[in-house]
Ligand binder design. Structure first.
Ligand code: ATP
Ligand code: MG
Length: 473
């Protein structure tokens, strides 16, 4: 009996059946395996199909020759051959009994002739189910189906050995907690607590990629708690568990860690925004001070932005993510410092400083409200509503996103007859400041300002503004 969710597997004429029949004709076996089986059984969408076979890479290539549109190399050293057919990707990997990635410079893999052995080396039982094709026979030696039903993540063999073989699996555990919403089996989590230190040998790039997948899951909250509980967070994002120390006697900022995780979970699942949410308060422990009116964290956004940049660099995030996230942390208090009401120039300045991060920044500020006081929360949300309304209004009127002075650097150079250089930069900044403070003004007035500026500095008087200066404004 084939469960309904697997019906598509036996759809006559489907390409994976053609593929399987070719393997069988050549005297081999082919299994669908890993995330594609797990997601098929859960009724979740999964992009590409992963297979495992007894055939070695050269034989795999022979079998698919004439059928595949193209064959590409994924990791032949690991036994994986990539195949494209009608725009779909099929990754086919030889059964393996050992895969070492980290403890030697060269990747090392030991091939196997048994699918059970291959499955035993996979990370979790729910990822260690194979479906033999074309028969659709389910191979589940480690109780993966039962764990799928229990929504439980467990290693097929002793977790300590599994995590010692490839410590990245500890982080994958919480990645799947986040993405699938499953629980970590207690013995498996206990093993993470014992083995956490081993994560040190894993490359920053592999850690970053798993961490990013965790961060953009629907609900990353329980995975983040798991990272903290297990001690893994101390090793990959130590700034986060450090927030748990942030007790203050008046209890007003009792639990910055709980607040941080709540804010992160509330934010939309965009990597940049989620990372900013996770890091927005990391400057608090270092800036905490006790004054007559309770605890303060002056300039924690400045310190936090610096800490964020250092951590994300360490994790080898690309430069644009490092800069964007750190800037969001730096700006996350801005709307609060302007609670007295927003002048036009304050709105323009906010838009200019946020730049392309405006949408993320506004959402971060909204999510940052986790106060239990309904009244306070409503007041803050209203203030942000008001800010967004004002931004829309000014945008419509002034195209704020293109905020620039009425004349450009070339105009200034030509008018003063000077070389490009820092002087031009200083003048442009002055012209932009006025644009921000007062809104649009005509080019003739800009030239007037440049003229006054030059004369005040003892430069030759450039004379009246060029004729027709206002025509193009
Ligand atoms: P998704 O592709 O949805 O992120 P996945 O389960 O397919 O999830 P991949 O990283 O694509 O995850 O790996 C494919 C399969 O390979 C896994 O399901 C698992 O069986 C196995 N696997 C991947 N990485 C490891 C690892 N570090 N240790 C053991 N097995 C692994
Ligand atoms: Mg996959």
């Amino acid at each position: 009996m084939i469960p309904d969710r697997l019906r598509w597997l036996v759809e006559p004429g489907s390409p994976h059946l053609e593929l399987a029949e070719r393997f069988v004709a050549a005297g081999h076996v082919l299994y669908l395996v890993g995330g594609s089986v797990r997601d098929a059984l859960l009724g979740r969408h999964h992009g590409d199909l992963d297979f495992t076979t007894d055939a070695r890479p050269p034989q795999i290539k022979e079998v698919v020759a004439g059928w595949a549109d193209s064959v590409f190399s994924v990791g032949e050293a690991f036994g994986t051959v990539g195949v494209v057919k009608d725009g779909r990707v099929y990754e086919i990997t030889t059964f393996r009994s050992e895969v070492y990635r980290e403890d030697s410079r060269k990747p090392r893999v030991v091939f196997s002739d048994s699918v059970e052995e291959d499955l035993s080396r996979r990370d979790f039982t729910v990822n260690a189910i194979a479906i033999r094709l074309p028969e659709v026979e389910i191979i589940d030696p480690y109780g993966g189906l039962a764990d799928l039903a229990k929504r439980l993540l467990r290693t097929p063999l002793d977790p300590k050995i599994a995590f010692s073989d490839d410590p990245l699996r500890m982080l994958r555990l919480y990645r799947f907690v986040a993405v699938l919403g499953f629980d970590a089996d207690p013995a498996t989590e206990e093993a993470v607590r014992e083995m956490a230190g081993r994560i040190e040998i894993v490359s920053a790039e592999r850690i970053r990629d798993e961490f990013s997948k965790l961060m953009v899951a629907d609900k990353p909250g329980s995975a983040l708690w798991g990272l903290v509980r297990s001690g893994l967070a101390d090793l990959i994002v130590p700034e986060i568990p450090a927030l748990a120390m942030e007790q203050d006697p008046h209890q007003r900022h009792k639990d910055v860690l709980a607040h941080t995780i709540a804010v992160t979970e509330k934010a939309s699942p965009r990597l940049r925004l989620r990372l900013a949410a996770l890091f927005h308060d990391v400057g608090k422990p270092a800036t905490r001070a006790f004054g007559p009116r309770g605890v303060t964290f002056h300039h924690h956004e400045v310190v936090g932005a610096r800490m964020t940049r250092a951590r994300l660099r360490e994790l080898r995030y690309p430069k644009d993510i490092v800069e964007d996230v750190s800037r969001l942390v730096f700006l996350h208090l801005r709307p609060h410092t302007l609670k007295m009401g927003w002048t036009d120039s304050a709105v323009r300045r906010y838009v200019r400083d946020a730049g392309h991060l405006l949408e993320d920044l506004n959402e971060l500020v909204r999510c940052d409200v986790t106060t239990r006081s309904e009244k306070r929360a409503r007041a803050i949300q209203r203030r942000i509503d008001e800010l967004e309304r004002r931004i829309d209004e000014l945008m419509a009127k002034e195209e704020l996103s293109k905020l620039r002075p009425p004349i450009n650097g070339h105009d200034v150079i030509a008018y003063l007859g000077i070389e490009p250089g820092p002087m031009v930069g200083e003048i442009m900044k002055m012209l932009l400041e006025r644009r921000i403070d007062e809104g649009p003004y005509p080019p003739s007035e800009a030239f007037e300002m440049v003229r006054r500026w030059a004369v005040e500095r003892g430069l030759p008087d450039p004379g009246p503004p060029p004729v027709g200066a206002d025509d193009e404004g």
